[in-house]
Ligand binder design. Structure first.
Ligand SMILES: NC(=O)c1ccc[n+]([C@@H]2O[C@H](COP(=O)([O-])OP(=O)(O)OC[C@H]3O[C@@H](n4cnc5c(N)ncnc54)[C@H](OP(=O)(O)O)[C@@H]3O)[C@@H](O)[C@H]2O)c1
Length: 283
């Protein structure tokens, strides 16, 4: 594993997502085996979950999978639903997540998306959870540049550690202004859906002959090339989801090998960086 340093934290560049993990009882065993392999064989100690995923079942899954691991070696990211934030349920939501996770703190707690949440109220409540020792850091998800500016105008808003957003080779919108803004203001960008989430969308990349050629030249699979692309600057981290050990191995194949400038240019010809501001894509 390779790591980055951000505000004194050492965080894996690649972590494991948990969207809908544990939901299907038939595939749960396979999912658990793959998840443990990610932790043990690939040091993917960055874990991303949310109270929303499978209605709390994914948090329970993480709690079970991570049992027996030294807690301080894990970096657990969890998210509160805007609906619960708007009802002032920060304490209760977080307490329920902690119980399901089987831990007494969350490393990074995010507002899942903005919704109608009052940002100053959110900052105060996140700070309250930090003061109570229930979370170590807080951040946001699906916040566009204008949302980040508004957040930073709040008292204490600049304590925001991270913005987790959709970013991958086929969806490069954040490169225009959000990623530069986050870099300038010390906010870590965490890319979700680095493999495009849907098989159909992913095929646009992995089925591309040029991409396959570049991946093969670099000793990568098309999927590990997609991940390498997202973490290429070593200042963005990412989380992908898989329930398959074979996919896990493919995704991690030479994932930390650099992509040459020439190949980056070739990728950009096929999947260009945006030339103008576009609204942040969300799933
Ligand atoms: N903050 C937010 O709003 C938000 C939104 C979406 C996601 N997230 C987080 O980000 C994580 C990752 O994003 P994601 O789950 O949306 O999408 P993703 O990681 O881009 O893609 C996951 C999908 O790709 C498949 N896959 C993985 N490796 C593959 C391979 N080598 N070959 C073929 N298929 C492969 C997986 O199926 P298999 O299981 O069969 O491998 C799964 O269906 C989530 O799990 C979640 O933790 C956050």
């Amino acid at each position: 594993m390779q790591y980055l340093e951000h505000r004194g934290e050492r965080i894996p560049l690649v972590g494991i997502g948990t969207y809908r993990l544990g939901e299907d009882t038939k595939s749960r065993r396979q999912e658990m085996q793959t998840f443990r392999s990610a932790l043990l064989d690939h040091d993917m100690t960055l874990i991303d979950t949310a109270e929303m995923y499978a209605d709390g079942i994914s948090e329970l899954f993480v709690g079970e999978a991570a049992a027996g691991f030294e807690r301080s070696k894990l970096f657990i990211v969890d998210k509160i639903l805007p609906h619960n934030a708007m009802r002032g349920q920060y304490y209760d939501s977080c307490a329920r997540s902690l119980e399901r996770l089987g831990t007494d703190y969350i490393d990074l707690y995010l507002l899942h998306w903005r919704g109608g949440v009052d940002l100053q109220d959110m900052v105060s409540n996140m700070q309250m959870l930090v003061n109570k020792g229930m979370i170590r850091r807080w951040g946001v998800s699906n916040f566009d540049t204008s949302d980040m500016r508004e957040l930073f105008a709040c008292s204490g808003g600049s304590e925001c550690f991270c913005d987790q957003v959709l970013y991958n080779l086929a969806s490069r919108g954040p490169e225009f202004s959000l990623i530069p803004w986050c870099r300038q203001n010390g906010v870590l960008v965490m890319a979700y859906s680095p493999l495009c989430q849907s098989a159909y969308d992913r095929m646009a990349v992995t089925g591309d002959e040029r991409v396959a050629q570049i991946a093969s030249r670099q000793g990568k699979t098309c999927e590990s090339l997609m991940l390498s692309f997202v973490i290429r600057g070593r200042d963005i981290i990412t989380v992908f989801k898989t329930s398959s050990e074979q996919h896990l191995a493919h995704n991690m194949q030479n994932v930390f090998g650099a992509i040459s400038d020439e190949d980056l240019q070739a990728l950009s010809q096929r999947f260009p960086s945006p030339e103008r501001e576009t609204p942040l894509e969300k799933i």
